[in-house]
Design a protein around this ligand. Sequence first.
Ligand SMILES: *Cc1c(COP(=O)(O)O)cnc(C)c1O
Length: 384
Amino acid sequence: MNSPRFSGPSTRAVHSGEPPAEVGAPVVSPIVPSTTFYGDPSGEGEVLYTRYGNGPNHMLLAERLVALEGGEDAMVLASGMAAMACALLSCLRAGDHLVATHAIYGGTRVLLDQELSRLGIGTTYVDMTEAGWERAFRPETRVVLAESPSNPVLRVLDLRAISEAAHARGALVIVDATFASPINLRPLEHGVDLVMHSATKYLGGHSDVTAGALIGSAERMAVVRERARVWGPALDPHACWLLERGIKTLALRMERHNANGMAVARWAETAAGVARVHYPGLPSHPDHELARRVLDGFGGMIGIEVEGGNDAATRFVGALRLAKLAPSLGGVETLVSEPRHTSHVHMTPEERAANGIREGFIRISLGIEDAADLIADFEQALNA
Ligand SMILES: *Cc1c(COP(=O)(O)O)cnc(C)c1O
């Protein structure tokens, strides 16, 4: 890691980690598909092997992610779930216990409940927005797992307080910061040990590459690298290249995602037919004050509840022309989904309501289109 330290996130997103500009060298990173690399006859030096995630395309991304998030080392992996699995496997062993936020990505929940439980690792779920969640700690608690902002009601967590509580009890903190991207939130600055991203979302940004990322201290990442070598979830170099291309415009895209989030949230709060809006940039959001302190932007994710319940929500989604129905998020195109059909399909209506997802709830991942076009589309769909 020896490229110059740029001060701004836009410059870092474009340049950090790139090799020196030698005459005749390509401006854009070459894809290096080679699975193996010539070794040193003395046996010195690191063995380079693509499954180890230490080829040129991987290491450029590692440096770029460190420049954006902080920390000392980073690793790109085959998906967000691969990153989450490696993060947990690097911190936990049989008999250990973790405390996790109840508002966690569905795939992560299955990983904890069905996979880690089989390995003898137990989870206690807590609401980290409420005081007293620390009562869930046990002597064998090794990890606190948080996600901020959360899906789909966008609760924002006080990562500083969570990290202090965990460290005082000898536990490490892992945070899934997919919804924020490093432009809006850098959890390592708040004392967190390991940051995880589904790079499939904002980092890639174009809904065309599946990838994950982990960023942390050199010491923590050395353990992650050890686990990843043998569990085998390396990211293919072609996918690395697509991810690198996506990251170049991350800061620029997030600026528009943040602006569209604010514009659509403000419009929705006064729109006839919208019962409620969930957006941390609005003073009506329960975490607005905290969000103002810890986020550099409120993001492109927004939840709205339409009047008329689930039938009205389905009619609204069906009437959209510009925004489209699809799961996933963080791309340049606006996508909507109904959590009762996707991320929260396994909950009863009562359980969903307890999690803030009432009848008529629609999750919107705002793209980078013009806010006026998006609002016009939402307006005509509400009237339909
Ligand atoms: C999508 C997502 C994941 C899983 O990422 P994949 O790249 O699909 O494996 C994890 N956490 C959050 C918050 C996500 O949105």
